[in-house]
Design a protein around this ligand. Sequence first.
Ligand SMILES: Cc1cc2nc3c(=O)[nH]c(=O)nc-3n(C[C@H](O)[C@H](O)[C@H](O)COP(=O)(O)OP(=O)(O)OC[C@H]3O[C@@H](n4cnc5c(N)ncnc54)[C@H](O)[C@@H]3O)c2cc1C
Length: 500
Amino acid sequence: MLLDARDLPNDTELTPTVCIAGAGAAGITLARALRGSGFSVVLLEAGGYQLEADTQSLYEGKSVGIPYYHLHLTRLRYLGGTTNHWTGWCRPLDTIDFEHRPGIPHSGWPLTRAELDPYYARAQAIAELGPYDYAPQSWAARERQPLLPLDPALAATALWQFSPPTRFGGRYRDDLERAVDIDTFLYANVVNIETTSNGSRVAAVRAVTLDKKRLTVRPQVFVLALGAMENARLLLASTDGHPGGLGNRNDVVGRYFLEHPHANLGVLLTSASPEDFNFYRGVHNCRAGSPPAIRCALMIPEERLREERLSGFSATLEARIESPTVGRDLRIGVESLMRDLQRTRARASYQIFGRLEQIPEPTSRVYLGPRRDRIGMRRLILDWRLAPQTGGHVRRSMELLAAAIGKSRLGRVYSFLHANDPPCPARWPDVIGGHHHMGTTRMGGDPRDSVVDRDLRVHGIENFYVAGSSVFPTSGFSNPTLTIIALALRLADHLREVVK
Ligand SMILES: Cc1cc2nc3c(=O)[nH]c(=O)nc-3n(C[C@H](O)[C@H](O)[C@H](O)COP(=O)(O)OP(=O)(O)OC[C@H]3O[C@@H](n4cnc5c(N)ncnc54)[C@H](O)[C@@H]3O)c2cc1C
């Protein structure tokens, strides 16, 4: 049932089996996956059915690190959450992304890709995608399109499927309306989580409406699913009996904030025919219609990443060419390109647009600032930072890509990253994020550097779980939402097993 928290009598108390805070991709997937379990589920959602300025303004914050989007524009606070905005790029994380990787500090999930595979397969339908198949070869055969003949030791093709994109609020609203075992309360802003006096269990979840009506939920199990920035914000704000914030005994909450750095990295000049690049030049509409579309990019193969201890790298080829830096670089870049164009008789040129894995870094973080929003919550400050070794990793990946393109006689790569560059981000004034917020309540076996365990349970708190990309210890280069959905499905299975 869908209900409006503003219509409840003040100080209403609810005692469901499971309370989920946040009705975005994670929260809605989890609630739907718990249908028929015998549990009563309360889903608390801050917004209504559409964007409303007074609710959205609760997301305002400040950014003090690498220039970032306004915090109230990079996520949405109403039913369906940020999927009301997303573009629908979907791809699972790769096997290597789950591994502990020498050369990538703080890497390693307490899960394997194989453990997540069955959930990824189920996530496909939820995001209205095609078969759980991301092998470029099978799509090339299915769509009768060529793949670039790259030396597999140097470079490979990565494939994304596109969700229509599924707007979780609109697409699953009827399900939530009809579900007899899920009560979704709109306009209910969760503001505090209280534990029992020994801190071992969540005792109460407090929510308020904008007109200051209070609602208390005392669930058997509580799941936080507010998105990666807001999950950290609420934990840090829940200080009753936990001075540094809930689940934050070791000062990990909010740290290791990850994004997918996006940047123009160079130019590919090619003498090959445009048809050879059909899969790479933009979105390819599928003949079968399911998924509606796919897209390919260039990546560095897993074996090479392991061998050279590099972070994940992918790059799409874009038709429009922009130089990343101004002044000297722009001039030299363009002059050199012109010479190469004449020499190679290039038929086409593409911008190499990097979609990169960020190396986990504890100083990259969100934390609470002094200013408060209209319901009294301290606003967030984002300090997004990249690890100093990032520039070296990306430059090496560009060398590998250039070698692969040259070896296959497809053309030439002009890289904007040079051997004598200082570490990034100094050289990358145009680095931007992908609106992918991750890592702020990371998963791991050791409470000293993680917040939740492999079951997504907050260390030391029996009945408290976190869903969403805040639990990612590393991000790979794949967009996060398919993994968010897969993890929510896995969490539902876990709760069905452990909650009696
Ligand atoms: C422009 C843009 C493009 C994107 N494109 C892609 C893409 O192509 N592929 C991809 O994988 N990802 C993409 N993303 C990211 C994607 O949208 C997110 O990964 C995904 O929505 C996260 O799901 P979530 O459920 O964890 O959080 P959200 O979707 O943000 O949901 C959180 C929910 O919690 C609610 N909430 C927040 N605070 C409270 C509170 N205190 N109390 C109660 N409820 C609260 C919110 O209203 C919201 O409904 C994009 C994002 C943006 C902005």
